[in-house]
Design a protein around this ligand. Structure first.
Ligand code: PMP
Ligand code: GLU
Length: 395
C-alpha cells in the first residue's frame, strides 16, 4: 500500500528518535550520557501521583468531555489568571494529550492548503512537520547566536505574505533556551496586530527561567494581542509529567471549538486519570518549582562554563528551559581520531559512537553548526560528559 504524500513529506521526530536510541543503548549496558532527552529527570511530585491513584480508586476512569473536565478547565483558568494575568472563560480552553497535541490541533484547525506559518529558527523539531501535515508551508526566519537566537519585528514583517496565517513564539525556547523580554515581545505584537496574524505562544517552559528573569507570555502584552493569541502550555515540564500527556490551549472561542471538533474525531478526551492529576498539579502546592529551578540553574551554570572551556566550542548562557545550544562551527572540517567531521550530524554521531554521549544535531532544529544538550540530568553526568568531550576533542 502506498503511503500518503503528506506523510512522505515529514520525518519522524528526531528528538524522540535520539532519546530512544540512547535509552536502548543504556539498556544494553552501554555507559551512555544522555544529553538528548528533553524531559525533567525529577520524579512527578507525590501529591500529584496520589491524586491519580485516588482517581483510579474512585472510578474516575471513563470518557469525559472532549475538551476537558470543568474542574481542570477551572484550574487552568485560575492558573492563567494567577501566573499570567490572563482572563479566559471555559469555552476558550481545551485540554489535549500533551502540548504537542494542542499545537497539532491548532494547525489542523487554522491551516488551509498553502497557508504560511512563520517559524523563527532554531525551532522545536515538531513545528515544521506539523504545519506540513496540515497542508501548510513553514516560513523560516533564520537567527543565530550572535543575535541571541531572537527574531526581530522587522524580520517578521519582511517574512509576511498574503498567505501568512500565524507565527509561533516559543519563549523560553527549545532548543536554545533564549527568552524574549516583555519589550521584545511588544515589538513583535505590533506587527501581528497590524497584519492580523495569529500568534501561537508556546509557553511550555514558562516555569523554567533563571537569574530572576521575569517570564512574560506574549498574550499579556496588550488586550488586542490576547484576541489574536493562542496560549499553549501543559504540565509536562513544570511538574515532571511528560508521560502523563496533558497539555492545553487558551484562545479565541471559534478556534478552540474547531480544535475540539478535530479532537472529537481523533483522541477524544485526554486520559481521565491524568486530568485529575493535572488538577492537583495546578491547584496544589507549587513549592517544588523553586527547588527544581534552583537545581536547573546550577546545572546550566556548570554546563555553560564547561562547554566554553573546550577549544572550538562557544556557548551562550540561556535564560530559560533546560537546553544549551553551543556553536561548534569551528570544529567542523577537522579530523578527530582520524575521522573527518563535516557537519553537526556527523559530530553528533561521533559523540555517540566514540564518547557515548547523546546530543541532538542543530540541523534537526533548522540550525546547522550547533548541537543541543539537555541538562535535565545530574551534575555528575554533566561533569562526566564534559570530561569525555574534552578528551575526544583533543586530537
Ligand atoms: N513545545 C515545546 C517547545 C517542547 O519542547 C515540547 C516538549 N517536547 C512540547 C511543546 C510538547 O510537550 P508535551 O507534549 O509533552 O506537553
Ligand atoms: N521536548 C522534548 C525534546 O525536544 C521532547 C521530545 C519531543 O517531543 O520532541 O526533546
Amino acid at each position: 500500500m502506498q503511503i500518503s504524500k503528506r506523510v512522505h513529506s515529514i520525518k519522524p521526530s528526531p528528538t524522540l528518535a535520539i532519546d530512544a536510541k540512547a535509552k536502548a543503548l543504556k539498556q544494553q549496558g552501554v555507559d551512555i550520557i544522555n544529553f538528548g532527552v528533553g524531559e525533567p529527570d525529577f520524579d512527578t511530585p507525590i501529591n500529584i501521583k496520589e491524586a491519580a491513584i485516588s482517581a483510579i480508586n474512585s472510578g474516575f476512569t471513563k470518557y469525559c468531555p472532549v475538551a476537558g473536565t470543568p474542574e481542570l478547565k477551572n484550574a487552568i483558568i485560575n492558573k492563567l489568571k494567577r501566573d499570567n494575568n490572563l482572563t479566559y472563560s471555559p469555552e476558550e480552553i481545551i485540554v489535549s494529550c500533551g502540548a504537542k497535541h494542542s499545537i497539532y490541533n491548532i494547525f489542523q484547525s487554522i491551516i488551509d492548503d498553502g497557508d504560511e506559518v512563520i517559524i523563527p529558527a532554531p525551532f522545536w523539531v515538531s513545528y515544521t512537520d506539523m504545519v506540513i501535515l496540515a497542508g501548510g508551508k513553514p516560513v523560516i526566519i533564520q537567527t543565530n547566536d550572535k543575535v541571541d537566537f531572537k527574531a526581530t519585528s522587522e524580520e517578521i514583517e519582511k517574512a509576511l505574505t498574503s498567505k501568512t496565517k500565524a507565527i509561533i513564539v516559543n519563549s523560553p525556547s527549545n532548543p536554545t533556551g533564549t527568552t524574549y523580554t516583555a519589550n521584545e515581545l511588544k515589538a513583535i505584537t505590533k506587527v501581528c496586530v497590524k497584519n492580523k496574524i495569529l500568534i501561537i505562544s508556546d509557553d511550555i517552559y514558562e516555569k523554567l527561567t533563571y537569574d530572576n528573569f521575569k517570564f512574560t507570555s506574549i498574550a499579556e502584552v496588550c488586550p488586542e494581542v490576547k484576541e489574536l493569541t493562542i496560549v499553549v502550555n501543559g504540565v509536562s515540564k513544570a511538574y515532571s509529567m511528560t508521560g502523563w500527556r496533558i497539555g492545553y490551549a487558551a484562545g479565541p472561542k471559534n478556534i478552540i471549538s474547531a480544535m475540539a471538533k478535530v479532537q472529537s474525531q481523533s483522541t477524544s478526551n485526554a486520559s481521565s486519570i491524568s486530568i485529575k492529576a493535572s488538577v492537583e498539579a495546578l491547584n496544589g502546592t507549587q513549592d517544588y518549582l523553586e527547588h527544581m529551578k534552583q537545581e536547573f540553574e546550577k546545572r546550566r551554570n556548570y554546563i555553560v562554563q564547561g562547554l566554553n572551556n573546550i577549544k572550538g566550542i562557544t556557548c551562550r548562557k540561556p535564560e530559560g528551559a533546560f537546553y544549551v545550544f553551543p556553536n561548534i562551527k569551528s570544529l567542523l572540517g577537522k579530523a578527530f581520531k582520524k575521522r573527518i567531521i563535516n557537519t553537526d550530524i556527523e559530530f553528533a554521531d561521533y559523540l555517540l559512537d566514540v564518547a557515548k554521549i547523546a546530543v541532538v544535531p542543530g540541523s534537526a532544529f533548522g540550525a546547522e553548526g550547533y548541537i543541543r544538550l539537555s541538562y535535565a540530568t545530574s551534575i555528575e553526568n554533566i561533569k562526566r560528559g564534559i570530561d569525555r568531550l574534552m578528551t575526544i576533542l583533543k586530537d
